[in-house]
Structures are given as structure tokens and as C-alpha cells.
Design a protein around this ligand. Structure first.
Ligand code: CA
Length: 313
């Protein structure tokens, strides 16, 4: 009886915590309940359909694919200007919709404005949503410039589940990583800095940039970044440096102090294409949120990422 009571209580608390969490989208993106994705209308640039798509992809998503009436209403509600590219194309000859994955199908949902799609001058294949026409669609030449609507995956709740982040013996705002007895401080996107400045900032706490010596710690830190930043775009510096002695081969070591030269452990999931480009003077290392790889970048200059400081508990 006691056991089941505890179970129910635990379940209740877990659900409450999940419901209390913020939207699973970055601050300026809107969560769509039906698609379970984050959606944003970009108002500050007008570009071709292809360029719009590239921009969305560089933000970890793609142009929005509107699947049904409710989603179309939702997207329309995000618009403040006249015309926006969306992520489907339409072939007026075959009456087929081409989606972003390249598949052509008879559309299951369409919201054409009156007398559209008209494939005017036979050059209109991309689809725009028009705010003043109640969110109805028009086919338009892909090379024309429009504002656009991007969509990207939400931060999945289950990504947060495996770890229990708590302060432990650490100071306020720091999170305890029990496995190696470290306290971690997250410096979010608002505090992004070059690797050198990040290192200096950590030194002010008597700390260093976070050391990632195995997959478990990397997972912990990634999930902490996702939770704290509320985004799936969370690249951050780690405490790895690339060095070179005279004309010798490149080597990698912990810490920014070349004299310390603690060699790296065996866990070093480099991006292969990066390893082949070690001549680029990109001597600092960050964890890229778009892949599970470590990548190189310049230590100074204007390369800014989030970062974690860490110090012994
Ligand atoms: Ca048209």
C-alpha cells in the first residue's frame, strides 16, 4: 500500500514538473501542438525559395510544411507581413505536391486562394502563404523574393529525462556532476564568447572550460545545455586544444595552457572532415549541436559559442 502510494505520488510529481517546464521551443519560436514542432515567421529578409530553405536549414530546421487546416491557421497567426514561402511545391501539370523530402504525392491538404494555383506563364512551382487572403496559398516563381516560415524539431521532453540536474554541494546556479565530482556553470547564448574570453571568464571563478572525457559526461552536459537554453541549437566550447611543436604533427591536449599539455583520453569524437583540415589554424574545439561530433574553430576572432565552466565540488 505504501509502495503504491509512493508510486502515485512520484508519478504526480513527475507529470507536474513536465507540465511546468517552459515551451520546448527557443524563445522566439512558437510550439505547434499538432506537428510537435517549433515554427517561426522570419520578417526581416526577403529571399528566393531556395535561399529561404537554406536559411531554415542553417537554423536546424527547414521551411514549414503545412499539414492541415489547423496548422495553416496557426501559421497564419504568426504572420505580420504579406507573403511568406512555405515548404511545399506544386506541379500544376501533374497536380502533385512535392514535399521537402522530394516525394511527390497527391496533396492531402491544400489551401489555395481563389483561381490558384494558376501556374502563371508556366513558371510557378513554389508555394507562398498570403496573410491578407486569410492564409490561403498562391503558386509563385521560386526565384521571387519572399519572407518565409521555418519549422524545426522541438526539444524532446524525453531528452531531459535521463538526468537529474541538481545543485548538490555546488554554489547557487551551478549544477553538480556526481560522476567526477564537478560543479558546472552554464553560460548561455546571451553570454556567448570566444574560446579565449570564455576561458578567462571561467578563470574568474577559479574554474576551467568543461572537460569532456567520456560519452556519459558529454550526454549530461548536452542535456543540461538543452534544458537551460530551451533550444536544440546549443553549440558550446570544451576544454580541448590543438597544438603543434615546431614542425611536428598536430597533437591535442586538455586545457588552454600549452605548458600543461595533459594528453586527451581516448574519447574524442572528431568530425572527420575537420580532422582533415587541421592546417586551418582553428585550434579550439566545440561540441556542435547539429551533430554528435567535436569541431574546430578559431580561438579568438569573432567565433562565439556558449560554454560551461567547471570546478571541483
Ligand atoms: Ca499563382
Amino acid at each position: 500500500m505504501l509502495v503504491s502510494y509512493i508510486f502515485v505520488l512520484t508519478l504526480f510529481v513527475t507529470v507536474s514538473v513536465a507540465d511546468d517546464s517552459n515551451t520546448p521551443c527557443p524563445a522566439t519560436w512558437s510550439f505547434n501542438e499538432e506537428s510537435k514542432t517549433c515554427i517561426k515567421a522570419f520578417n526581416d529578409k526577403k529571399v528566393s525559395w531556395k535561399k529561404a530553405r537554406e536559411f531554415c536549414q542553417s537554423n536546424g530546421g527547414d521551411l514549414v510544411v503545412i499539414q492541415n487546416f489547423h496548422m495553416n491557421e496557426f501559421v497564419q497567426g504568426l504572420l505580420s507581413l504579406k507573403r511568406y514561402w512555405i515548404g511545399s511545391r506544386y506541379n500544376s501539370n501533374t497536380k502533385m505536391m512535392r514535399y521537402l523530402d522530394g516525394g511527390e504525392v497527391t496533396p492531402s491538404y491544400e489551401a489555395w486562394a481563389p483561381r490558384q494555383p494558376n501556374n502563371y506563364r508556366r513558371k510557378q512551382e513554389c508555394i507562398e502563404i498570403i496573410r491578407k487572403r486569410g492564409g490561403l496559398w498562391n503558386d509563385r516563381p521560386c526565384s521571387r523574393r519572399n519572407h518565409f516560415v521555418c519549422e524545426k524539431p522541438s526539444v524532446k521532453k524525453e531528452q531531459k529525462a535521463p538526468f537529474n540536474f541538481n545543485q548538490g554541494p555546488c554554489d547557487q546556479d551551478w549544477v553538480f556532476y556526481k560522476e567526477d565530482g564537478m560543479c558546472l556553470l552554464y553560460k548561455d547564448a546571451a553570454n556567448r564568447a570566444s574560446s579565449s574570453d570564455a576561458e578567462t571568464d571561467c578563470l574568474n571563478y577559479g574554474a576551467v572550460l568543461v572537460v569532456i572525457n567520456d560519452k556519459k559526461k558529454e550526454d549530461f552536459v548536452r542535456h543540461l545545455a538543452i534544458q537551460e537554453s530551451q533550444t536544440s541549437q546549443y553549440s558550446f566550447w570544451i576544454n580541448v586544444m590543438k597544438g603543434k611543436r615546431n614542425d611536428g604533427p598536430y597533437f591535442f591536449y586538455w586545457g588552454h595552457d600549452l605548458s600543461s599539455k595533459h594528453p586527451l583520453g581516448s574519447y574524442r569524437p572528431w568530425s572527420n572532415e575537420d580532422l582533415q583540415n587541421t592546417q586551418r589554424h582553428q585550434d579550439c574545439v566545440y561540441i556542435n549541436s547539429d551533430s554528435d561530433k567535436w569541431k574546430f574553430d578559431f580561438c579568438v576572432a569573432n567565433r562565439s559559442y556558449s560554454y560551461f565552466c567547471e570546478v571541483n565540488a
